[in-house]
Design a protein around this ligand. Structure first.
Ligand code: S3P
Length: 175
């Protein structure tokens, strides 16, 4: 099967965008961060969108953005942490590309999220303890969706080369 697009799946702070940018140079494909596509389309920040219209409206708009990018070829797409968990988004991604779940522990995620939490409306303003509880609960809720990815990787240990090998082994990629 020829892979035309790759969806990076995982919790906030799991390194989807960083990996996506690295894969872009390794594979010479395009890279899109769904959050950035969202902000370009709606000409606002996600934080502002949540604050004015709320999460339900955000999820509907996010699904629209996913549909906008779903037919692009030779593209690596970093999804938002919640994208796979609403509507039939996970099915849509599985039908249209290779989904890779970057699996990380709560302990690793908390370290990463503590620094970047202010721009993420779901975690902004949380104390260390609140953040830990939030990640623990949300990750349990979301893992059922994340685990339906075609490939699940232990992202604690994998370097970019290993991802390239996994992708190559998953289909006939164009050079
Ligand atoms: C969200 C994750 C964010 C962004 C929004 C909601 C979530 O993306 O889409 O703040 O529900 O987990 P990142 O995973 O890129 O931070």
């Amino acid at each position: 099967m020829e892979i035309k697009r790759i969806f990076l799946i995982g919790f906030m702070g799991s390194g989807k965008s960083t990996l996506g940018r690295r894969l872009r140079s390794e594979m010479d494909w395009d890279f899109l961060d769904l959050d950035d596509v969202f902000e370009d389309k709606f000409q606002t920040t996600i934080k502002q969108y949540f604050a004015t219209l709320g999460e339900d409206a955000f999820r509907k708009a996010e699904q629209e953005v996913l549909k906008d990018v779903i037919h692009k070829d030779r593209v690596i797409i970093a999804t938002g942490g919640g994208t796979p968990c609403f509507f039939n988004n996970m099915d849509v991604m599985n039908k249209n590309g290779l989904t890779i779940y970057l699996k990380l522990s709560v302990d690793t995620l908390i370290g990463r999220l503590n620094s970047g939490k202010q721009v993420r409306p779901l975690v902004a303003g949380k104390s260390g303890e609140e953040l830990y509880k939030f990640i623990e609960t949300k990750l349990k809720e979301r893992e059922g969706y994340y685990n339906t990815s075609k490939v699940v990787v232990d992202a604690e240990v994998l370097g970019v080369e290993a991802y390239v090998q996994i992708i190559k082994a998953s289909g006939d990629l164009l050079p």
